[in-house]
Design a protein around this ligand. Structure first.
Ligand SMILES: NC(=O)c1ccc[n+]([C@@H]2O[C@H](COP(=O)([O-])OP(=O)(O)OC[C@H]3O[C@@H](n4cnc5c(N)ncnc54)[C@H](OP(=O)(O)O)[C@@H]3O)[C@@H](O)[C@H]2O)c1
Length: 323
């Protein structure tokens, strides 16, 4: 089978198509014929070599989520999975391939009419957005700011906050065009990356879902209402300054909270159930998968270049079929 592996850590040019033997499902596993692969920021970080100490080696096949059809089952797996379309989380690798072996326990069945590209756009990103909002104890009627809303997680957080009855859903983004598209997803106010708005955006928010972090994160504490909660779900602009929490102290009387959220802390059964709910909501037309573009698997390096150039609105997807 064809797969895309890291031949040299560094830029996207280090990705190459290679031939690998077809994998075989072991005990408790299934073989999936892949139709769509979600491309995520973490793939670019692994490719860059910054996580070298985490045990990634040259030859590593990237890809943390796929959609496809179960082609074979291993021992102890219900044979009725065979032929079913599924979404699967593949962890830190293996997804950039024509076929992948995953644990049957990690499978989520897809509604018949949900395209694979939609599933890998909604799956992990939507789950992070949903649990991120829960971690922030978001309640209907509250105002929400999504910082870094134009990415996979942000586009889902905007929709979930709006559908959850938010009183206002503000977003930070870098262009008017993106702001217009985010309004179509449910944003009520559009701010620039610094949090400034041309119009009548709320002065404060009950909840901030932050995908960005970086040097500007502390300046957003002043945008929280009394008892406001900021939850960091990503760090696309890097880590905040080491003393960032000091910026909360002048607002001591506002009882502010800052938390990080990682999906790793959510039990797999809950993640699967939440992902299945997202797919049902999308199939019913309630949620939109924001697929930026579907590229052939062999164009993985191009997908990474587009992602790193900041061109991607929503999620970029690879497909090994018809390639
Ligand atoms: N918590 C978890 O369990 C979990 C799981 C998976 C991934 N993650 C993390 O989530 C992040 C990726 O999320 P994503 O795919 O939704 O993000 P993304 O698409 O990479 O970026 C989101 C948006 O942030 C804005 N942005 C980029 N660089 C910026 C900067 N320097 N300053 C301000 N805004 C900037 C861009 O929009 P504009 O150009 O419109 O501003 C971009 O579209 C990564 O940090 C990843 O590690 C977390």
């Amino acid at each position: 089978m064809r797969a895309v592996a890291i031949q040299a850590f560094g830029g996207p040019e280090g990705l190459a198509v290679i031939d690998l033997p077809d994998p075989e499902p072991g005990e408790g596993q299934v073989l999936v014929n892949v139709e769509a692969i979600g491309v995520g920021g973490v793939d670019a970080v692994i490719r860059s070599g910054l996580l070298g100490d985490w045990g990634f080696r040259e030859g590593h096949v990237l890809g943390s989520e796929v959609a496809g059809t179960v082609a074979a089952v291993g021992g102890g797996v219900d044979a009725s999975w065979t032929g079913r379309r599924v979404w699967a989380f593949t962890g830190t690798g293996g997804g950039y391939a024509e076929r992948v072996v995953v644990d049957a326990a990690a499978l989520v069945a897809l509604p018949a009419d949900l395209p694979g590209a939609d599933a890998v756009t909604l799956g992990s990103s939507g789950m992070v957005a949903r649990f991120g909002l829960r971690h922030a104890r978001f309640a209907p009627g509250e105002s929400v700011l999504v910082r870094g809303a134009a990415g996979g997680i942000g586009a889902m957080a905007v929709q979930l906050a709006a559908r959850g009855g938010a009183g206002a859903v503000a977003v930070t983004t870098s262009s008017d065009e993106r702001g217009r598209r985010l309004r179509e997803l449910g944003a009520t106010h559009v701010l620039d990356r610094a949090g400034e708005a041309a119009g009548d955006a709320p002065a404060g928010y009950d909840v901030i879902i932050d995908v960005v972090a970086g040097a500007d994160l502390p300046s957003f504490f002043s945008r929280l209402e009394p008892n406001g909660r900021m939850v960091a779900v990503g760090a696309v602009a890097g880590f905040p300054p080491p003393d960032f929490a000091a910026a909360m102290i002048p607002a001591f009387q506002k009882s502010l909270s800052f938390a990080t959220f990682s999906a790793d802390t959510v039990p797999e059964s809950e993640r699967r159930a939440a992902t299945a709910d997202l797919f049902t909501e999308a199939a019913d037309g309630g949620l939109r998968a924001v697929v930026h573009e579907v590229l052939p698997l062999r164009e993985a390096a191009l997908a990474h270049r587009k992602m790193e150039a900041g061109e991607v609105f929503g999620r970029i997807v690879l497909s090994p079929t018809g390639d």
